[in-house]
Every structure is written in structure tokens, then in C-alpha cells.
Design a protein around this ligand. Structure first.
Ligand code: ZN
Length: 246
């Protein structure tokens, strides 16, 4: 813990890389975990092929998921990262999550590799919609929800079979960084592993991993913390604040 504080305070351009693990304490299940969504549903249902084949079935599933995510609140770990950004100790949060909880907690520089479920857009004319409006359309019986042009509306998230967003930007940020704080990511999905690897291997920066389970990059990490994220991160922030006061 003290080592993390020391590394963060001596870094000049630290970034955080977050995955599903940071949001489990907010009641959002990790897809791949033991209680994960993909134990109940086939990942196929969240694929671009499925959306094209059966948009009604897709939205029946996805609207339920969206409502769950809209109701979720940030936890102490999200707030701790927002605090680190305000203190100038974290420049960017690069996330694999689509739940928008980093922004709800107050983080402003957030790169959402898998998009965001806050927004939707027409698959034909690309007109943008607030996802809450789309959910209201569904409530009124419009399933699948359609644009005024007749095109089917889709969430602005990366579906299985689609490329991640903003990866070029995220990679550029990683090349600027001298520290990456990995939070709640198993680092098994591309390009999850890429960002920390750039910071560690290409830039010679520090790698801190806070995750319940082992990751393929554990061997290269400067510090590994296995404590629950929502306890570990606030404690790190507390220690930093104490140190700054001194
Ligand atoms: Zn349209």
C-alpha cells in the first residue's frame, strides 16, 4: 500500500485502467465471473450478428440490462479514482465498462473502449438518442425501437463482433504514461492487456494491479493488491491525503 502511494506521488503521468471488477460492488455482475451474465445468457445475444438478425430479441435482453445499469450507483472505488484525478495524480481513466459510473462519481477524463450505454443511435442514419428516451419508446411498446427514418436504434456500445472504440487515443495516452493502475480487470481480453503492456514494457513505467484474481501480467507488476477494490482504493487515497498534509 505504501509502495503504491510512493509510486503515485512520484509519477508524472499516471493513468487508470478499469474493468468489470470495479463495478461489482455497485451490484453490476462481472460478465465472466462465477455469477456472471454469460452464465445465464449466451454472449451471442449481445453480438452485432444477433442484433441484425433479431433486433426485437436483442432489445428484450438489452433493455433489461440497461435498466439495471441505469439504477446502479458508483461505489467508493469510483469516487477514489475521481478524487485522484482532482488531485492531479491520475490523468485519464481508460475503461472497459459501459456503465458510466466513473462519470457519475466525478471523473472527467474517461476513455470508454466499449462505448457507453447512456447513448444510442440509429443504425441507418446515425441520429443520436438518449438511451433513457429509447427505453421510454420500448415502454410504449415500440420493440425494437425505431428512428423517425425507419432504421432500428441500437445502443452506442461495442457489441461482440465489433471493434473497440478510441483505441488509437488510448494507445497514445499509454505512450505518455509512466504509471498504470489496473483496477478490476482480468487483463485477458484484447486490448485490455495492450494498454498496461505499453506503459510497462515500452515506456518502462510502473504497473500496479488491484484485482481479486490473477492476471497474465502479474509477473511484471510492481505491486499487486488482492484486497477488495472498494476498500483498497479509498485507503490509498486516504494515505496520499495524509502524506500531502504533512
Ligand atoms: Zn434514422
Amino acid at each position: 500500500m505504501d509502495k503504491v502511494v510512493e509510486l503515485l506521488l512520484s509519477s508524472t503521468y499516471a493513468i487508470a485502467f478499469t474493468g468489470a471488477g470495479i463495478s461489482t460492488a455497485s451490484g453490476i455482475p462481472d460478465f465472466r465471473g462465477k455469477e456472471g451474465l454469460w452464465k445465464k445468457y449466451s454472449p451471442e445475444i449481445a453480438s452485432i450478428d444477433y442484433f441484425r438478425r433479431d433486433p426485437k430479441g436483442f432489445w428484450e435482453f438489452y433493455s433489461t440490462r440497461m435498466r439495471g445499469l441505469f439504477n446502479a450507483k458508483p461505489n467508493e472505488a469510483h469516487y477514489a479514482l475521481a478524487r485522484l484525478e482532482k488531485m492531479g495524480l491520475i490523468k485519464y481513466v481508460i475503461t472497459q465498462n459501459i456503465d458510466g459510473l466513473h462519470q457519475k462519481a466525478g471523473s472527467t477524463n474517461v476513455i470508454e473502449l466499449h462505448g457507453t450505454m447512456q447513448k444510442s443511435y440509429c443504425s441507418s442514419c446515425f441520429r443520436q438518442y438518449d438511451s433513457r428516451e429509447v427505453l421510454k419508446m420500448i415502454d410504449r411498446g415500440n420493440l425494437p425501437p425505431k428512428c423517425s427514418c425507419g432504421g432500428v436504434i441500437r445502443p452506442d456500445v461495442v457489441l461482440f463482433g465489433e471493434a473497440v472504440k478510441d483505441i488509437d487515443f488510448a494507445v497514445r495516452i499509454a505512450y505518455e504514461s509512466d504509471l498504470v493502475l489496473v483496477v478490476g480487470s482480468s487483463l485477458t481480453v484484447y486490448p485490455a492487456n495492450l494498454i498496461p503492456q505499453i506503459v510497462k514494457e515500452e515506456r518502462g513505467g510502473s504497473l500496479i494491479i488491484i484485482n481479486a484474481d490473477e492476471t497474465p501480467l502479474d509477473g511484471e507488476a510492481d505491486v499487486i493488491i488482492r484486497e477488495p477494490i472498494e476498500i483498497a482504493l479509498p485507503r490509498i487515497v486516504e494515505k496520499i491525503e495524509e502524506k500531502i498534509k504533512q
